[in-house]
Design a protein around this ligand. Structure first.
Ligand code: HEM
Ligand code: HEM
Length: 186
């Protein structure tokens, strides 16, 4: 496994992880509010479209999570920023690990719950994802309930994570934010 020969204070995340970070952040920040609202709408074309959009975004998040995990193993991630106090280091590493776990748990529960409900999962109108469970409505309720619960946990962790990032960017101004931003040339 490749390790960086030189560790600098401002060591950035590899470009592939920066691209995946911001792409997944946008997708997750879009799909959570859709998830919260879509069930309250009148049944009809708008509701159907939002369900399809929510599932397509969710499946894309799952696919990108696989890529991201692989990219992290291959390209590596910088060690925690040296300005972090030990408790901040422990907290941020724990939050990052939990976020990675939820990148898989949340969409897989959505996929399993939708399969058990018996609804098709048509990804971006292009292809249908095979069901991973037979139809079983009571089980689907449990799985989608767990899906919603873990999605709320994800939302809570994202708030904590963004608060931490903004604290470093705006108050501490210690270069933590720069590690996840594209490198400036010149
Ligand atoms: C849904 C939204 C977001 C998710 C799920 C998310 C997730 C993550 C994860 C898992 C990491 C660990 C790095 C990795 O190995 O990939 C990370 C790092 C980072 N994120 Fe986010 N992020 C989100 C939004 C944001 C936003 C809005 C900001 C800025 C305001 C931000 C700033 C950062 C920074 C600066 C790092 C690097 C921290 C370090 O140096 O260790 N993130 N993010
Ligand atoms: C990271 C990806 C995903 C996130 C963040 C997410 C988030 C959410 C949220 C916040 C809700 C609302 C829960 C509630 O109101 O209690 C929800 C509902 C739902 N999600 Fe997802 N979701 C994701 C992926 C998926 C996937 C991949 C599928 C299916 C293939 C899916 C299917 C559903 C369904 C069917 C509901 C409605 C549940 C109900 O009405 O009881 N989601 N999702």
């Amino acid at each position: 496994m490749a390790t960086a020969a030189v560790t600098t204070r401002s060591e950035r995340y590899p470009a592939v992880l920066i691209v995946l970070h911001w792409t997944m952040a946008v997708l997750i920040l879009v799909t959570i509010p859709i998830g919260w609202r879509m069930g309250d709408l009148e049944p009809g074309p708008l509701q159907d479209a939002l369900y399809h959009l929510h599932r397509s975004i969710g499946v894309t998040v799952l696919a990108l999570a696989v890529l991201r995990l692989a990219a992290r193993k291959i390209a590596g991630a910088p060690p925690p920023h040296p300005s972090l106090a030990p408790w901040q280091r422990t907290l941020s590493v724990a939050v990052h690990h939990l976020l990675y776990v939820l990148f898989f748990v949340v969409p897989i529960l959505g996929w399993a719950g939708t399969s058990a409900f018996g609804a098709p999962i048509i990804v971006w109108g292009l292809f249908e994802l095979p069901p991973i469970l037979p139809k079983n409505e009571p089980l689907s309720e449990i799985l989608l309930g767990a899906h919603g619960l873990f999605a709320s946990t994800l939302a809570g962790l994202v708030i904590l994570h963004v608060a931490g990032a903004l604290y470093h960017a705006l108050i501490r101004r210690d270069g933590v934010m720069q590690r996840m931003l594209p490198a400036r040339t010149g």
